[in-house]
Design a protein around this ligand. Sequence first.
Ligand code: HEC
Length: 182
Amino acid sequence: MLEAISYGRQVALIFAFHCNHCHATPPAAAAGGLITATYAGVKASIVAGDAGKSPLMEYIDGRRAKRMPLDAPPLERTQIDTIAQWIKEGAREDEIPAQRLTAPLSPKPGRTFVVACRVPARAYLRLLVTTKAGAILHREESALPSGGEARWPVVAAAHWPRQATARVEVMFTTAAARLDVE
Ligand code: HEC
C-alpha cells in the first residue's frame, strides 16, 4: 500500500509523469538545461519559499511563452497548486523512503562498479554510496515512471575507503525492490 504522500513525493511524481521524458539525465540531453528527474535539478529552477519568483512556476502556469509541459495539455490546477504549495513550504526533499536496501561494497580506486535496482512498479530511487559511518561519498537519483531497472555506473574515487555501503532508497512504490551490485 502507498503510505500518505507528502508534497515532496507528490511533486516528484508529477515531474516523473509529465516532465522527465524531456528533462531527464544525463544533463546534455535535458531540454533547456533543466533536469526535473532529480531533486537537485528541480531546486535549480525554483526559489524555495517563493513560488511567484520561481522560474519553474512561470513555465507551468503559462506566464512564459513556452508553457510546460511543452506540446501537451497544461497540468491540472490541483497539480500546479501542489507544486506551488511545496515551494512555499520550503521545497524540502522527502527523506522518508518506502524501502531502504543496502549492499556492502569494496570499492577499488578508479574502478567502475554498477549498482542496479529493479522495481516492478513505478518508483523514485535515490542511490547513496556511504562510508561505514554514514558519510555520503556519492549520490544519484532516478525515476522509473512505469517500473523497470535503474543502473548506476559509479567510479570509485581515490580517497574512498576500502569498505563502503550502497544504499538505495525507494520512494512511493507499491512493489518490492531488488538491489544488485556488479
Ligand atoms: C516535450 C518535451 C518537454 C516536456 C514534456 C516538458 N518540457 Fe520543459 N522544456 C522543453 C524544452 C525543449 C525547453 C527549452 C525551451 C526553450 O528555451 O526554447 C524547456 C524548458 C523548460 C524550462 C526552462 C529551463 C531554463 O531554465 O531555460 C522549465 C522551467 C521547464 N521546461 C519546466 C518543465 C516542467 C516543470 C515540465 C513538466 C510539467 C516540462 N518542462 C515538460 C521541453 C519539454
